[in-house]
Design a protein around this ligand. Structure first.
Ligand SMILES: Nc1ncnc2c1ncn2[C@@H]1O[C@H](COP(=O)(O)OP(=O)(O)OP(=O)(O)O)[C@@H](O)[C@H]1O
Ligand SMILES: [Mg+2]
Length: 1079
């Protein structure tokens, strides 16, 4: 649903001054201030928009805002310049009414900005398309060009328009822009040659010097330094808020878009440069012989450069600055100019040059932007004209400007009243006369053709004889003396004779906006706007296309002796045209107000605003508007807005809106004189009544809001409850379903289990039976198969291949074995038992056989070897064998004895005559004869003895004499003890109680110990009547020395003792034998 809003919603103060209650200047200002403080810079007076300059950018001109105001009714939203622009545009497009937007206000109040806002709004909401966009762009871009040439920094405004501008924008039937026409009014050309303190010349001079490239400046013969030019004021040459260089680029770009050719742009800049140069031309006096003073140019360089720029012959211009030719009755009279006149001529030329250039620019822009199509156009005019001005010193310009504003006020009153009246007629409401101040009388004072001030001035200018500003004032004093709005010292029968606020050289006019004091000085000159003909002719001779065009009156072929029209006359004419133009259009007003003099945001200077409110006639405006009815509204929105105030109309009124409103008013008991019913609108006389309605509405809205809240809350709770209920049913049904499902699944599962068990049992039973049956069948089949198999094999065995395999295998094995044995036979090793060689095994499966054959062969070979032995040799080996059994791995000296043959008789005793006697004394055969060492029992020292062994006894004899020292029968020997070491010691132990035992055991040492003991043992083992002699091998044994038992202990000597064996009696019990360590 579309939300209907109204101007009356969320108002700060009142949005429309018409509704101000009570209406007074104070409440008016308070309302403006209140709104300004809340950033509400726009306020309405009916359909007039008051705009306060915020002096800062507000976020209220965004594309969103454009959309917001687009196609909305004027009072629908809060006051905005867009609402006015939209209203004007829609009325133009939809109702085919030409529009004009009149923007007024004093300098710096924001007129130019407002006009740009209106133009940009219209550009944003009107049609689109390539061609249309180009037109829009050209129209918008004409602004920077005109601002550069026509605006200047003043003390009031950094970008003050120094000309009046009226622009007609033309649209086709669809509302698309086609083009435009610009009219300009009275450029303030005096600024070109002189600027008040703190102000600047026109922007273009500074922009050119700051922004042009070095190359361009060179071509224009200019220098960048402002101080080089007399016409440029220096005290405020650079303005912080303006970037002249960047603006220059913008202007050039805008000129290009508007359609200026490159050479045209160059010509324009040349003219600007020429004006600067002109300002630098200075004059000095020179006395002539006739006593007259004549002027001479001081430094001709600037003149030369200027002439070069404009293509003028220097001498021609030089002469034009020195002489003045006056033509009267076909006679030419030349008079010389003095220095003051020369300066006057120079400045007049500069002013004319610049103002004509400006007019040419406007014409040129118009050429570019004029509508192409010849069809009927709808027109929207935007007037951005200088506002009413009251300075301390007001001159001709202010007079002209204020005249213009007076005219605008007149047209404003006329049109507003007319509109009001028309509306009353349209709506069928009785017309009540409205009291208001009509300023026609003031306009008449100024513009009357017979005795108006302007006519008087023209008359004075054209009059022969001496004409001065004073003569002009005198004239006014006589002619206007009776006028109630004219005041001067000498008028009205000396009423003001003593009024010191009114100086003698001034007159005062009571304008609609206040009294203004004008100083007459300069009126005549400015109105004449004289340019000496010599100068215009010099200009016409220029070899520069643009200059020639600007001074057509200089053409000698068209010499016109008539005086050109005065400035006042021209202005009056153009204002007249403008007024008649505006009167054909539907007016829309924007009244701009400046909140403070400091160009500062947030400051609201009440006195200043009050002054503007007065001279803009705003209170007047409100009064006129309220004279009849303060408020009016069509029936539909009115009923829509207030229908809740009456039961009959709420919530819906079925009948026509008007009847609804009537019912409403009756119900509310609004006094009948407070309102009237028009055809389509209701008219409310007093704002009070409207506010009464608004107040009621507000209360009612609160009640309605509570009602809506109540219903909504009830509805919300109920729908929440229903939702919960519905949810509960859903949840319960789902749960029940779930529970039943679970139960069913459980039963189903149990049934399945029982079923499966039964089926399993049945199946197993069946399986068992089937298995048994199958087994029986298999058994039968197997038996029969075996039986048949046996039968068949029996019959067919001979044909089976399987047997062939075994046969082949046996045969192969046989062949291999045969080959192996034959091979082995040929490769058998030698018969030597110590030959360890044996042929390699051919197949690994013969491993066991091969080893076994080797063992058998070796045994056989050893047997063969042994069979070749004689009896003696056998005995020798038998002895050796016994020695091995006794000592192998037990006695360290044994290995060295193996290779030594057992000789037995080492002394060759039978042959040695020395032992003749000894040998003959021994009956038996001597088995062993050797020299041994007998160890002395007391000290361990040894003494040599001859040792003899027979079958029956052991004999010890002296080595030297051969005398028998001891003879021990073998049966008396108990045992032999020897060590494990590498020594030859041994002890012969005697049996206790034997005959020989009395002397004690023998401790001996022999080099042939192994042979000696082996033989001793062998004899004892062969004797049948005795037990075997035991042989003890130990490193510690006891020996019986007479009564004592002595321990013989073998210890290993160190290497330093060499290989000698030493024996020492340590004490009674110990005999220590030190033996060399084993090799
Ligand atoms: N609506 C606005 N928003 C923001 N700034 C504004 C607005 N209107 C005006 N201004 C500021 O105020 C300055 C003066 O405005 P503007 O040039 O429109 O005044 P003017 O009425 O045309 O004065 P003049 O009569 O001297 O030409 C602008 O340069 C701008 O800085
Ligand atoms: Mg302006």
């Amino acid at each position: 649903m579309e939300v209907k809003t109204s101007l009356l919603d969320n108002m700060i103060g009142v949005g429309d001054m018409v509704l101000l209650e009570p209406l007074s200047e104070d409440s008016f200002l308070d309302n403006l201030k209140n709104r300004f403080d809340h950033n509400e810079i726009y306020t309405y007076i009916g359909s007039v928009v008051i705009s306060l300059n915020p002096y800062r950018s507000l976020p209220i001109y965004t594309p969103d805002k454009v959309e917001e105001y687009r196609n909305r009714n004027f009072y629908e939203l809060s006051p905005h310049i867009y609402a006015l622009a939209d209203e004007a545009y829609r009325s133009l497009r939809d109702q085919d009414k030409d529009q004009c937007i009149l923007i007024t206000g004093e300098s710096g109040a924001g007129k130019t900005e407002a006009s740009k806002l209106v133009m940009s709004y219209v550009a944003a909401v009107c049609g689109k398309g390539q061609e249309v966009n180009k037109v829009k762009e050209q129209l918008l871009q004409s602004n920077p060009v005109l601002e550069a040439f026509g605006n200047a920094k003043t003390v009031r405004n950094d970008n003050s328009s120094r000309f009046g501008k009226y622009m007609d924008i033309e649209f086709d039937f669809k509302g698309d822009p086609l083009g435009g026409v610009i009219s300009n009014y009275l450029l303030e050309k005096s600024r070109v040659v002189k600027q008040p303190r703190g102000e600047r010349n026109f922007h273009i001079f500074y922009q050119l010097l700051s922004g042009a490239s070095d190359d361009t400046l060179k071509k224009l013969k200019l220098e960048r330094d402002f101080s080089k030019y007399n016409y440029l004021s220096l005290d405020s040459a650079t303005v912080s808020a303006l970037d002249d260089a960047a603006n220059f680029r913008t202007v050039r770009n805008a000129m290009q878009i508007v359609g200026f050719m490159e050479d045209e742009m160059q010509s324009v800049l040349e003219l600007v440069a020429a004006v600067l140069k002109l300002g630098n031309i200075e004059f000095k006096p020179e006395s002539r012989c006739n006593g007259m003073d004549e002027s001479r140019i001081k430094d001709k360089n600037d003149l030369k450069e200027m002439c070069e720029l404009l293509g003028i012959e220097q001498s021609v211009l030089e002469r034009a600055f020195s002489y003045r030719t006056v033509e009267a009755k076909m006679e030419k009279v030349s008079t010389t100019l003095n220095v003051a006149q020369a300066y006057y001529a120079r400045d007049a030329l500069a002013k004319n040059l610049y103002s004509r250039l400006f007019s040419w620019l406007v014409t040129r822009i118009n050429e570019s932007i004029k509508a192409q199509a010849k069809t009927r156009h709808k027109v929207m005019g935007v007037l951005d004209i200088y506002g009413f001005e009251i300075f301390e010193e007001n001159s001709f310009e202010q007079f002209i400007i204020n005249y213009c504003n007076e005219k605008l006020q007149q047209i404003f009153i006329e049109l507003t009243l007319r509109e009001e009246q028309e509306e009353y007629v349209r709506e069928g409401i009785e017309w009540t006369n409205i009291e208001y101040f009509n300023n026609a009388v003031i306009c008449d004072l100024i513009e009357n053709n017979q005795n108006g001030i302007l006519a008087m001035l023209d008359e004075e200018c054209l009059r022969p004889g001496t004409v001065t500003d004073e003569t002009f004032l005198d004239k006014l004093n006589t002619i206007c003396a009776q006028h109630q709005h004219f005041e001067s010292r000498l008028s009205k029968k000396s009423k003001f004779l003593n009024d010191h606020s009114l100086p003698h050289n001034c007159f005062r006019i009571q304008h609609y906006a206040g009294k203004v004091l004008y100083r007459v000085e300069g009126f005549v000159d400015k109105n004449n706007d004289l340019l000496y003909r010599d100068l215009s002719q010099a200009m016409y001779k220029a070899n520069h296309s643009l200059i020639k065009q600007l001074f057509p009156e200089g053409n000698p072929a068209k010499v016109n002796l008539k005086r050109p029209p005065t400035a006042g006359f021209q202005f009056k004419a153009s204002v007249g045209t403008l007024m008649s133009n505006l009167q054909t259009k539907n007016p829309n007003y924007i009244r701009c107000i400046k909140p403070n003099d400091k160009k500062a945001s947030h400051i609201f200077t009440e006195s200043l605003v009050c002054h503007q409110v007065r001279y803009l006639g705003l209170m007047e405006n409100v009064r006129v508007r309220r004279a009849g009815y303060a408020f009016r509204q069509t029936y539909e929105p009115c009923l829509e807005r207030y229908k809740m105030l009456c039961k009959n109309t709420w919530p819906h009124w079925r009948g026509p809106a008007r009847q609804g409103v009537e019912a409403l008013m009756t119900d509310l008991q609004v006094p009948a004189e407070e309102f009237s019913y028009g055809r389509s609108k209701i008219f409310i006389r007093n704002p009070r009544t409207l506010f009464f309605l608004e107040e009621k509405r507000k209360q009612c809205l609160e009640d309605l809001a509570s009602l809506i809240q109540k219903i909504y809350r009830g509805w919300k709770c109920r729908s929440h409850f229903l939702l919960l209920k519905k949810s509960q049913i859903v949840v319960a049904s789902w749960y029940r379903r779930y529970a039943q499902q679970k139960k069913y699944q459980k039963i189903k599962h149990s049934t399945t289990v029982v079923q499966s068990y039964i089926r399993g049992w049945q199946a197993r039973k069946l399986l068992r039976e089937l298995k048994y049956q199958k087994k029986c069948e298999e058994a039968v089949t197997t038996i029969s198969a075996y039986w048949h198999g046996t039968q068949v094999r029996r019959d067919y065995r001979k044909f089976f291949r399987a047997n062939a395999g075994r046969k082949i295998y046996n045969f192969t094995i046989q062949r291999i074995m045969q080959k192996y044995f034959l091979g082995l036979k040929s490769k058998l090793p030698s018969m030597s038992p110590i030959d360890k060689s044996w042929p390699a095994r051919p197949y690994s499966f013969l491993d066991g056989v091969h080893t076994e054959l080797r063992r058998i062969f070796h045994l056989w070979r050893c047997k063969k070897y042994r069979s070749r032995f004689t009896e003696e040799k056998k005995a020798v080996y038998a002895e050796k064998l016994e020695a091995s059994e006794l000592f192998k791995d037990k006695k360290a000296v044994y290995p060295s004895s193996v290779s030594q043959p057992f000789k037995g008789d080492y002394l060759e005793i039978s042959k040695n005559p020395k032992y003749q006697k000894l040998s003959s004394g021994v009956e038996e055969k001597i088995l062993l004869a050797d020299v041994v060492n007998k160890i002395n029992r007391a000290n361990g020292k040894g003494s040599s003895r001859i040792f003899l062994l027979t079958k029956k006894s052991v004999i010890l004899a002296d080595q030297k004499t051969g005398q028998v020292k001891a003879s021990v029968p073998l049966p008396e020997l108990a045992s032999v003890s020897t060590s494990t070491q590498c020594d030859g010691f041994f002890a012969l132990k005697l049996k206790e109680g034997s005959a020989s035992a009395g002397k004690g055991d023998f401790l001996l040492s022999s080099d042939h110990l192994i042979e000696l003991i082996t033989k001793l043992h062998r004899i004892s083992s062969t004797a049948a009547d005795r037990e075997k002699l035991s042989v003890d091998i130990s490193d510690e044994f006891l020996v019986q020395f007479k009564q004592d038992k002595v321990c013989v202990k073998f210890i290993q000597g160190s290497h330093k003792n060499g290989n000698s064996v030493s024996c020492k009696r340590k004490n009674n019990r110990l005999l220590e034998v030190s033996v060399p360590p084993s090799p």
